[in-house]
Design a protein around this ligand. Structure first.
Ligand code: MG
Ligand code: MG
Length: 266
């Protein structure tokens, strides 16, 4: 079911979104060679709870942690634990929080120390494709306008793998709602983009084949052939003024301005 939120509800989603965005900035600052993914998880849980929030991933279908930490060839849903990050790794950190009943969901991929130029480019293309998705979202447009913009940007940048088995989603009083938002496809399809709709956009891009495999822990999704992956995500809504990125601390203003798009506000 697609949930349309009132302005007051979107204002609550903004509060949840800022909490998620601030938590991810704490995590970004804590990523360094020698830190374990369990330590990052503890930082996130403490920050969310200190603000009166609830970590939404913890207990979700039995998931045992506050964040997903996916390293190198892990794409998404990695379980934090004793693994220590090494110089040259990349780690995707996905974080969700509930505040006053509303969800925020966002992810960043962070380099651990110095990484190769190819991995830097992988991260850049993935993040930029997400912003192209927001920039393509217009009131009265369709969900697949976003999908198309994400794919078109990635394809324009070279030979990258686009993960097809996972994608973005509606979000509100639950973390995962309709509609599903593919990271590829033709524009002009799917539900209408309307005021009060909130979506998480989350491209996952790989070096080499984008085919995936599930590890025996039944959570961690890795690339089938071992190529490294990047994953970025933000939760956003569309206002009359423009897209409002609820989990970006500036609402998306700076990145959208680079693309010639005015960001929305509450
Ligand atoms: Mg997420
Ligand atoms: Mg999500």
């Amino acid at each position: 079911m697609i949930q349309i939120k009132s302005e007051a509800e979107i204002a609550l989603m903004r509060r949840a979104g800022v909490l998620v965005g601030e938590t991810l900035e704490l995590l970004r600052a804590a990523v360094t060679p020698g830190v374990s993914t369990a330590e990052l998880d503890a930082i996130a849980e403490a920050n969310i709870r200190a603000a009166g929030g609830v970590p939404s991933f913890l207990g979700y279908h039995g998931f045992p942690a506050t964040i997903c930490a996916s390293v190198d060839d892990e794409i998404v849903h990695g379980i934090p634990g004793p693994r220590v990050l090494q110089e040259g790794d990349v780690v995707s950190l996905d974080c969700g929080a509930i505040l006053e009943g509303y969800h925020g969901d966002a992810a960043i991929t962070v380099a651990v120390g110095a990484v190769s130029q190819q991995v830097k480019e992988l991260m850049r293309v993935t993040e930029e494709s997400m912003w192209r998705g927001f920039a393509a979202a217009r009131l009265g447009g369709r969900v697949s306008d976003i999908s198309h913009a994400v794919e078109a940007y990635i394809r324009s940048q070279g030979d990258w793998g686009i993960v097809e088995e996972y994608g973005g989603h509606g979000i509100g009083t639950e973390m995962h709602q309709d509609p599903h938002v593919l990271n590829y496809g033709r524009p002009g399809r799917g539900p209408k983009l309307q005021k009060g709709l909130a979506l998480a956009i989350e491209p996952m891009v790989t070096l080499g084949s984008p085919r995936t495999r599930l590890l025996p822990d039944n959570w961690t999704v890795v690339t089938a052939e071992g190529g490294w992956a990047a994953h970025f995500e933000h939760t956003f809504t569309i206002t009359e003024r423009g897209p409002w990125v609820l989990t970006a601390l500036d609402g998306g203003a700076a990145k959208l301005a680079e693309l010639g798009v005015t960001a929305g506000t509450g």
